[in-house]
Design a protein. Structure first.
Lengths: 200, 200
DNA sequence: TCGTTGCGAAACTCAGGCGTATCGAAATTA
DNA sequence: TAATTTCGATACGCCTGAGTTTCGCAACGA
């Protein structure tokens, strides 16, 4: 009766260090967070930053893209529960999450990479889309559709147009607005502006 | 009396080839248009693509950034005149320009670079902002302010919020919408959606 | 204790690209 | 024609970084 034989027969020899693995991922995100693009990232820099030998990296990932894919996948996971009291409040919650995330340098750099370099790294794009973008998109779509159903939003509203206005306005502030942190009430103002419209 | 002595005393020797210069810029934009980021761009590739010796490049630009700055500056120059009949029409004109530009691969790649890599190339960022972003931003601001003054837009409209909704919605479609060309009437639909708002 | 595997460090080979230098030919002025 | 400058091509020295290999040591199971 060997211990733990069930399926996961532990192979002989020294087990891989979880600590090293964490350190590698952390170092990767660190460097990305310092503004490095994927092509500027070097395995050597990651190894050095993580205090790890290159061997230890190559034993786990076969190349840079695989590593970056895994590293980015550790971010952007949880989506907060929505109160569900009013559509306005839920939209504000969703947009305010964007605002808070954009305040984190790491997150911002990750978004940059996801939005722009991903064309050259198809794996990365697919995985990031599935993991980070789709859930958020679906959450917002659901809220808007609920609003249309309950009459809180206009019946003839084009759902994707609504998403474009809301998400786009937040993106615009993140990208183009004068530097510095976004105003704490930005999400609320964006939602109200989108609800009210520009016409008198 | 030498000919053309006035100010521009042509130095002796073979004159620099304008054709080569054009070819270099073209090759640079070509490669950028193929999705290369600045760090992936190599002078050697540019020279080869342009059918030119490296010497010919280094004689004109002292490094890669200078060349890219000049190359990008040749794009995005002209802003079309606005009809000025109605604010709605002018906004549609401005957004439709964005749509048309986003259909051009080169322009899209340039935007990517400008929006994301520019942090690492301050010269490039400054010049691109001044040349491409500011004029467009000012044009839209002017239209919106005119609309507020004439009563075509609501009096209490936050101008930058309006810009965020309009520009942001277009950006959203460019970035996140399902692949393929944008609908020809997208600008019109965005403007109408923003004017009407989402509330019933 | 012994065999196996992981560890970090260092050395290695190989590719690519930078910026410079040198070549013979071409274009221009004096 | 002579002097000067640019042309494309090519070679050069140098550096960075990828991915591999080797080392001696550490951690595990048997």
């Amino acid at each position: 009766m060997t211990i733990q034989e069930s399926g996961t027969a532990r192979p002989a020899g020294r087990p891989r260090s979880e600590k090293a693995e964490k350190a590698i991922i952390e170092a990767t995100l660190d460097l990305i967070g310092e503004g490095m693009g994927i092509s500027e990232l070097s395995i050597e820099a990651i190894a050095s930053r993580a205090g790890v030998g290159k061997t230890t990296i190559y034993r786990r990932w076969s190349n840079k893209e695989d590593l970056v894919v895994d590293a980015l996948a550790t971010l952007k996971a949880p989506l907060p529960p929505l109160a569900g009291t009013s559509v306005r409040d839920d939209l504000i919650s969703l947009l305010d999450l964007m605002r808070r995330e954009s305040g984190d340098t790491r997150n911002r750099c990750v978004m940059n990479i996801a939005m722009n370099e991903s064309d050259r790294y198809p794996q990365l794009k697919a995985r990031f889309m599935k993991r980070a973008v789709e859930p958020r998109r679906e959450a917002m779509r659901a809220v808007i559709e609920r609003g249309i159903a309950t009459g809180e939003l206009r019946a003839d509203l084009d759902v994707s147009m609504g998403m474009a206005m809301l998400t786009g306005a937040m993106m615009w502030h993140t990208k183009w607005a004068p530097a510095g942190d976004l105003a704490p009430d930005l999400a609320e103002r964006v939602v109200d502006a989108a609800l009210a419209g520009m016409a008198p």
